[in-house]
Design a protein around this ligand. Sequence first.
Ligand code: GTQ
Length: 347
Amino acid sequence: MNQSVDPGAARADYYRRIGEHRLTPLWEAMSALVPEEPRSPCVPHLWRYDDLRPALMESGTLITAREAVRRVLILENPGLPGSSAITQSLYAGLQLIMPGEVAPSHRHTQTALRLIVEGTGAYTAVEGERSTMHPGDFILTPSWTWHDHGNPATEPVVWLDGLDIPTVRFFDCGFAENLATETQPVVRPEGDALARYGANLLPVDFRPTHGASPVFAYPYDRSREALHRLSRAGEVDACHGHRMQFINPSTGGPAMPTIGAYIQWLPRGFDGARYRSTDGTIFHAIEGRGVVEIGDQRFEFGPRDTFVVPSWQPYRFVTGGDDAVLFSFSDRPVQQALHLWREARAS
Ligand code: GTQ
Protein backbone atom coordinates (compact mmCIF):
# COMPACT_ATOMS: atom_id res chain seq x y z
CA MET A 1 0.00 0.00 0.00
CA ASN A 2 1.23 3.50 -0.79
CA GLN A 3 2.27 4.90 2.65
CA SER A 4 1.66 8.52 1.65
CA VAL A 5 -2.08 7.90 1.07
CA ASP A 6 -4.50 7.78 4.01
CA PRO A 7 -6.05 4.30 3.70
CA GLY A 8 -9.46 5.62 4.86
CA ALA A 9 -9.48 8.29 2.16
CA ALA A 10 -8.16 5.84 -0.45
CA ARG A 11 -10.93 3.39 0.38
CA ALA A 12 -13.58 6.09 0.34
CA ASP A 13 -12.36 7.17 -3.07
CA TYR A 14 -12.33 3.53 -4.19
CA TYR A 15 -15.90 2.95 -2.94
CA ARG A 16 -17.03 6.02 -4.84
CA ARG A 17 -15.40 4.80 -8.05
CA ILE A 18 -16.76 1.23 -7.82
CA GLY A 19 -20.15 2.71 -6.95
CA GLU A 20 -20.28 4.07 -10.49
CA HIS A 21 -20.21 0.44 -11.64
CA ARG A 22 -22.98 -0.42 -9.16
CA LEU A 23 -20.55 -2.37 -6.98
CA THR A 24 -20.24 -2.26 -3.18
CA PRO A 25 -17.62 -3.86 -0.87
CA LEU A 26 -18.85 -6.88 1.09
CA TRP A 27 -16.25 -6.33 3.83
CA GLU A 28 -17.98 -3.14 4.98
CA ALA A 29 -21.34 -4.97 5.28
CA MET A 30 -20.30 -8.43 6.39
CA SER A 31 -21.51 -8.39 10.00
CA ALA A 32 -24.87 -6.88 9.03
CA LEU A 33 -25.39 -9.27 6.12
CA VAL A 34 -24.34 -12.42 7.98
CA PRO A 35 -25.11 -11.69 11.66
CA GLU A 36 -24.17 -14.14 14.39
CA GLU A 37 -27.79 -14.11 15.47
CA PRO A 38 -30.96 -12.25 14.41
CA ARG A 39 -30.93 -8.51 15.15
CA SER A 40 -34.33 -7.45 13.91
CA PRO A 41 -35.12 -3.77 13.31
CA CYS A 42 -38.64 -4.71 14.46
CA VAL A 43 -39.18 -3.56 18.08
CA PRO A 44 -41.52 -4.76 20.84
CA HIS A 45 -44.72 -2.75 21.01
CA LEU A 46 -48.20 -2.94 22.54
CA TRP A 47 -51.33 -1.34 21.06
CA ARG A 48 -53.80 -0.71 23.89
CA TYR A 49 -57.28 -1.12 22.45
CA ASP A 50 -59.01 1.27 24.85
CA ASP A 51 -56.54 4.01 23.84
CA LEU A 52 -56.92 3.58 20.07
CA ARG A 53 -60.63 2.71 19.90
CA PRO A 54 -61.86 6.34 19.70
CA ALA A 55 -59.64 6.98 16.65
CA LEU A 56 -60.77 3.74 15.05
CA MET A 57 -64.45 4.64 15.54
CA GLU A 58 -63.77 8.14 14.18
CA SER A 59 -62.65 6.58 10.88
CA GLY A 60 -66.25 5.39 10.56
CA THR A 61 -67.34 9.04 10.21
CA LEU A 62 -64.63 9.98 7.70
CA ILE A 63 -64.86 7.29 5.03
CA THR A 64 -67.26 4.51 4.10
CA ALA A 65 -66.19 0.88 3.78
CA ARG A 66 -67.26 1.05 0.14
CA GLU A 67 -64.97 3.99 -0.62
CA ALA A 68 -62.08 2.68 1.46
CA VAL A 69 -62.58 -0.87 0.08
CA ARG A 70 -61.21 -1.94 3.48
CA ARG A 71 -61.47 0.56 6.35
CA VAL A 72 -58.40 -0.43 8.31
CA LEU A 73 -55.93 1.24 10.65
CA ILE A 74 -52.58 -0.45 10.12
CA LEU A 75 -50.57 -1.48 13.19
CA GLU A 76 -47.15 -0.36 12.01
CA ASN A 77 -44.09 -1.40 13.95
CA PRO A 78 -42.29 1.69 15.36
CA GLY A 79 -39.00 0.14 14.20
CA LEU A 80 -40.25 -0.25 10.61
CA PRO A 81 -41.64 3.19 9.71
CA GLY A 82 -43.21 3.52 6.28
CA SER A 83 -43.32 -0.23 5.77
CA SER A 84 -46.95 -0.94 6.76
CA ALA A 85 -45.48 -3.99 8.50
CA ILE A 86 -45.76 -5.20 12.09
CA THR A 87 -42.84 -7.62 11.63
CA GLN A 88 -40.49 -7.92 8.67
CA SER A 89 -42.77 -10.54 7.07
CA LEU A 90 -46.26 -9.74 8.35
CA TYR A 91 -48.89 -7.03 8.30
CA ALA A 92 -51.58 -6.36 10.92
CA GLY A 93 -54.49 -3.93 11.00
CA LEU A 94 -57.77 -3.24 12.76
CA GLN A 95 -60.71 -3.29 10.36
CA LEU A 96 -63.99 -1.54 11.16
CA ILE A 97 -67.31 -2.20 9.46
CA MET A 98 -70.34 -0.16 10.46
CA PRO A 99 -73.93 -1.42 10.50
CA GLY A 100 -75.33 -1.71 6.97
CA GLU A 101 -71.94 -1.51 5.27
CA VAL A 102 -70.36 -3.78 2.68
CA ALA A 103 -66.62 -4.10 1.96
CA PRO A 104 -66.67 -5.14 -1.71
CA SER A 105 -65.46 -8.47 -3.03
CA HIS A 106 -61.90 -8.86 -4.26
CA ARG A 107 -59.15 -11.43 -4.30
CA HIS A 108 -55.40 -11.29 -4.01
CA THR A 109 -52.45 -13.59 -3.69
CA GLN A 110 -51.89 -12.38 -0.12
CA THR A 111 -53.36 -14.70 2.52
CA ALA A 112 -55.44 -13.09 5.27
CA LEU A 113 -56.65 -14.05 8.72
CA ARG A 114 -59.21 -12.29 10.91
CA LEU A 115 -59.53 -12.47 14.69
CA ILE A 116 -62.79 -10.88 15.77
CA VAL A 117 -62.19 -8.18 18.39
CA GLU A 118 -65.51 -6.47 19.05
CA GLY A 119 -69.13 -6.82 17.93
CA THR A 120 -71.24 -9.65 16.56
CA GLY A 121 -73.16 -10.24 13.37
CA ALA A 122 -70.90 -9.05 10.57
CA TYR A 123 -69.76 -11.71 8.12
CA THR A 124 -66.90 -12.60 5.84
CA ALA A 125 -67.83 -14.49 2.67
CA VAL A 126 -65.27 -16.93 1.25
CA GLU A 127 -65.92 -19.40 -1.57
CA GLY A 128 -69.63 -18.62 -1.57
CA GLU A 129 -70.14 -19.18 2.15
CA ARG A 130 -70.70 -16.51 4.77
CA SER A 131 -69.33 -16.90 8.29
CA THR A 132 -70.96 -14.81 10.99
CA MET A 133 -68.44 -13.17 13.28
CA HIS A 134 -68.35 -13.41 17.08
CA PRO A 135 -65.57 -12.06 19.31
CA GLY A 136 -62.63 -14.47 19.39
CA ASP A 137 -63.55 -16.27 16.14
CA PHE A 138 -60.66 -17.01 13.81
CA ILE A 139 -61.48 -16.70 10.10
CA LEU A 140 -59.11 -17.12 7.20
CA THR A 141 -59.04 -16.07 3.56
CA PRO A 142 -56.78 -18.31 1.46
CA SER A 143 -54.64 -16.84 -1.32
CA TRP A 144 -56.62 -15.90 -4.45
CA THR A 145 -60.08 -16.63 -2.99
CA TRP A 146 -62.85 -14.05 -3.46
CA HIS A 147 -63.85 -12.41 -0.20
CA ASP A 148 -66.18 -9.66 0.90
CA HIS A 149 -67.29 -8.48 4.30
CA GLY A 150 -70.69 -7.14 5.34
CA ASN A 151 -72.41 -5.97 8.49
CA PRO A 152 -76.17 -6.56 8.48
CA ALA A 153 -76.22 -6.19 12.30
CA THR A 154 -76.80 -3.10 14.43
CA GLU A 155 -73.40 -2.55 16.06
CA PRO A 156 -69.94 -1.71 14.69
CA VAL A 157 -67.76 -4.79 14.23
CA VAL A 158 -63.97 -4.72 14.53
CA TRP A 159 -61.47 -7.42 13.75
CA LEU A 160 -57.72 -7.82 13.67
CA ASP A 161 -56.44 -8.50 10.17
CA GLY A 162 -53.23 -10.45 9.73
CA LEU A 163 -51.79 -10.73 6.22
CA ASP A 164 -48.55 -11.90 4.60
CA ILE A 165 -48.32 -8.60 2.65
CA PRO A 166 -44.59 -7.99 3.37
CA THR A 167 -43.76 -11.61 2.45
CA VAL A 168 -45.59 -11.35 -0.87
CA ARG A 169 -43.94 -7.97 -1.46
CA PHE A 170 -40.53 -9.52 -0.73
CA PHE A 171 -41.12 -12.17 -3.40
CA ASP A 172 -42.75 -9.63 -5.77
CA CYS A 173 -45.60 -12.02 -6.46
CA GLY A 174 -48.63 -9.87 -5.61
CA PHE A 175 -51.71 -9.99 -7.85
CA ALA A 176 -55.17 -8.60 -7.07
CA GLU A 177 -58.50 -8.06 -8.80
CA ASN A 178 -61.99 -6.85 -7.99
CA LEU A 179 -65.14 -8.86 -8.57
CA ALA A 180 -67.59 -7.25 -11.01
CA THR A 181 -70.30 -7.40 -8.36
CA GLU A 182 -69.98 -5.95 -4.87
CA THR A 183 -70.79 -9.17 -3.04
CA GLN A 184 -70.15 -12.68 -4.24
CA PRO A 185 -73.14 -14.99 -4.70
CA VAL A 186 -73.90 -17.17 -1.68
CA VAL A 187 -73.80 -20.77 -2.89
CA ARG A 188 -73.45 -22.71 0.36
CA PRO A 189 -75.25 -22.44 3.70
CA GLU A 190 -73.37 -21.15 6.72
CA GLY A 191 -71.53 -23.95 8.52
CA ASP A 192 -71.10 -26.04 5.36
CA ALA A 193 -67.29 -25.99 5.40
CA LEU A 194 -67.13 -26.78 9.10
CA ALA A 195 -69.48 -29.76 8.63
CA ARG A 196 -67.60 -30.99 5.56
CA TYR A 197 -64.04 -30.57 6.77
CA GLY A 198 -64.12 -29.77 10.48
CA ALA A 199 -65.71 -32.86 12.05
CA ASN A 200 -62.71 -35.22 11.77
CA LEU A 201 -64.16 -36.23 8.42
CA LEU A 202 -63.25 -35.33 4.84
CA PRO A 203 -65.24 -35.85 1.64
CA VAL A 204 -63.94 -39.15 0.25
CA ASP A 205 -62.73 -37.54 -2.99
CA PHE A 206 -61.36 -34.37 -1.38
CA ARG A 207 -58.77 -32.60 -3.54
CA PRO A 208 -57.34 -29.34 -2.20
CA THR A 209 -57.91 -26.27 -4.39
CA HIS A 210 -55.58 -23.97 -2.41
CA GLY A 211 -52.86 -24.38 0.16
CA ALA A 212 -54.90 -23.27 3.15
CA SER A 213 -57.41 -25.02 5.39
CA PRO A 214 -60.79 -25.78 3.78
CA VAL A 215 -62.27 -24.85 7.18
CA PHE A 216 -62.17 -21.08 7.02
CA ALA A 217 -63.98 -20.20 10.25
CA TYR A 218 -62.89 -21.56 13.62
CA PRO A 219 -65.54 -20.47 16.16
CA TYR A 220 -64.12 -19.24 19.45
CA ASP A 221 -66.57 -21.24 21.56
CA ARG A 222 -65.02 -24.46 20.18
CA SER A 223 -61.40 -23.36 20.60
CA ARG A 224 -62.11 -21.98 24.05
CA GLU A 225 -63.82 -25.16 25.18
CA ALA A 226 -60.83 -27.25 24.05
CA LEU A 227 -58.37 -24.97 25.83
CA HIS A 228 -60.49 -24.85 28.95
CA ARG A 229 -60.49 -28.65 29.15
CA LEU A 230 -56.72 -28.72 28.64
CA SER A 231 -56.27 -26.14 31.36
CA ARG A 232 -58.10 -28.48 33.75
CA ALA A 233 -56.47 -31.74 32.80
CA GLY A 234 -53.38 -31.10 30.72
CA GLU A 235 -49.82 -30.54 31.82
CA VAL A 236 -48.93 -26.86 31.65
CA ASP A 237 -45.96 -25.88 29.48
CA ALA A 238 -43.43 -23.77 31.42
CA CYS A 239 -43.23 -21.16 28.62
CA HIS A 240 -46.54 -21.31 26.77
CA GLY A 241 -49.17 -22.40 29.27
CA HIS A 242 -51.50 -24.41 27.03
CA ARG A 243 -50.72 -23.44 23.43
CA MET A 244 -52.36 -24.99 20.37
CA GLN A 245 -51.97 -24.28 16.66
CA PHE A 246 -54.83 -23.85 14.22
CA ILE A 247 -54.43 -26.61 11.66
CA ASN A 248 -55.55 -27.53 8.18
CA PRO A 249 -57.48 -30.73 8.96
CA SER A 250 -56.79 -32.13 5.50
CA THR A 251 -53.02 -32.14 6.08
CA GLY A 252 -52.47 -31.81 9.82
CA GLY A 253 -50.20 -28.88 8.94
CA PRO A 254 -50.66 -25.17 9.54
CA ALA A 255 -54.01 -23.59 8.60
CA MET A 256 -52.27 -21.33 6.07
CA PRO A 257 -49.02 -21.94 4.16
CA THR A 258 -47.48 -18.56 4.99
CA ILE A 259 -48.94 -17.73 8.42
CA GLY A 260 -49.01 -19.88 11.53
CA ALA A 261 -51.89 -19.15 13.94
CA TYR A 262 -52.01 -20.16 17.57
CA ILE A 263 -54.17 -19.85 20.65
CA GLN A 264 -53.06 -20.32 24.22
CA TRP A 265 -54.49 -20.39 27.71
CA LEU A 266 -52.38 -18.91 30.49
CA PRO A 267 -53.72 -20.05 33.84
CA ARG A 268 -54.01 -17.53 36.66
CA GLY A 269 -50.85 -17.28 38.75
CA PHE A 270 -48.67 -18.32 35.77
CA ASP A 271 -45.02 -17.32 36.14
CA GLY A 272 -43.68 -18.29 32.73
CA ALA A 273 -40.17 -19.29 31.73
CA ARG A 274 -38.35 -17.29 29.06
CA TYR A 275 -38.66 -18.37 25.46
CA ARG A 276 -37.50 -17.13 22.10
CA SER A 277 -37.91 -18.19 18.50
CA THR A 278 -36.96 -16.81 15.11
CA ASP A 279 -40.58 -16.16 14.12
CA GLY A 280 -41.48 -12.64 15.24
CA THR A 281 -44.98 -13.05 16.66
CA ILE A 282 -48.09 -10.89 16.99
CA PHE A 283 -50.21 -11.62 20.08
CA HIS A 284 -53.77 -10.51 20.73
CA ALA A 285 -55.46 -10.88 24.12
CA ILE A 286 -58.95 -12.31 23.68
CA GLU A 287 -59.68 -12.55 27.41
CA GLY A 288 -57.96 -11.88 30.69
CA ARG A 289 -55.01 -9.83 31.79
CA GLY A 290 -51.34 -10.34 32.35
CA VAL A 291 -47.84 -9.07 31.84
CA VAL A 292 -45.45 -9.86 29.04
CA GLU A 293 -41.76 -9.16 29.48
CA ILE A 294 -39.99 -8.80 26.12
CA GLY A 295 -36.23 -8.31 26.35
CA ASP A 296 -35.87 -5.66 29.06
CA GLN A 297 -39.33 -4.18 28.47
CA ARG A 298 -42.50 -4.93 30.40
CA PHE A 299 -46.03 -4.53 29.04
CA GLU A 300 -49.33 -5.03 30.83
CA PHE A 301 -52.00 -6.41 28.55
CA GLY A 302 -55.77 -6.64 28.88
CA PRO A 303 -58.66 -7.72 26.67
CA ARG A 304 -58.37 -6.62 23.00
CA ASP A 305 -54.78 -5.42 23.30
CA THR A 306 -52.29 -6.44 20.58
CA PHE A 307 -48.53 -6.69 21.00
CA VAL A 308 -45.56 -7.82 18.94
CA VAL A 309 -42.53 -9.86 19.96
CA PRO A 310 -39.65 -9.49 17.45
CA SER A 311 -37.62 -12.42 16.17
CA TRP A 312 -35.25 -13.93 18.73
CA GLN A 313 -36.18 -11.58 21.58
CA PRO A 314 -36.67 -13.50 24.82
CA TYR A 315 -40.12 -13.12 26.32
CA ARG A 316 -42.16 -14.52 29.16
CA PHE A 317 -45.69 -14.26 30.52
CA VAL A 318 -46.91 -13.58 34.03
CA THR A 319 -50.55 -13.63 35.10
CA GLY A 320 -52.17 -12.51 38.31
CA GLY A 321 -55.69 -13.35 39.44
CA ASP A 322 -57.10 -13.89 35.92
CA ASP A 323 -56.70 -16.65 33.38
CA ALA A 324 -55.80 -15.19 29.98
CA VAL A 325 -56.44 -16.40 26.43
CA LEU A 326 -54.04 -15.17 23.73
CA PHE A 327 -54.33 -15.53 19.98
CA SER A 328 -51.07 -15.22 18.01
CA PHE A 329 -49.68 -15.47 14.50
CA SER A 330 -46.26 -15.57 12.86
CA ASP A 331 -44.37 -16.67 9.75
CA ARG A 332 -43.30 -19.95 11.35
CA PRO A 333 -44.64 -22.20 8.54
CA VAL A 334 -42.47 -20.37 6.00
CA GLN A 335 -39.34 -20.62 8.15
CA GLN A 336 -40.03 -24.29 8.84
CA ALA A 337 -40.59 -25.08 5.16
CA LEU A 338 -37.20 -23.49 4.46
CA HIS A 339 -35.52 -25.28 7.40
CA LEU A 340 -34.63 -21.94 8.99
CA TRP A 341 -36.74 -21.90 12.13
CA ARG A 342 -35.12 -22.05 15.58
CA GLU A 343 -36.37 -21.76 19.13
CA ALA A 344 -34.75 -21.73 22.56
CA ARG A 345 -36.02 -22.03 26.11
CA ALA A 346 -34.30 -20.54 29.11
CA SER A 347 -32.53 -23.44 30.78
O1 GTQ B 1 -59.93 -7.71 4.10
O2 GTQ B 1 -59.22 -8.10 2.10
O3 GTQ B 1 -56.24 -5.29 6.34
O4 GTQ B 1 -57.16 -6.87 1.21
C1 GTQ B 1 -55.56 -5.35 4.08
C2 GTQ B 1 -55.80 -5.76 2.77
C3 GTQ B 1 -57.60 -6.39 4.76
C4 GTQ B 1 -59.08 -7.58 3.20
C5 GTQ B 1 -56.46 -5.67 5.06
C6 GTQ B 1 -56.94 -6.47 2.47
C7 GTQ B 1 -57.84 -6.80 3.48
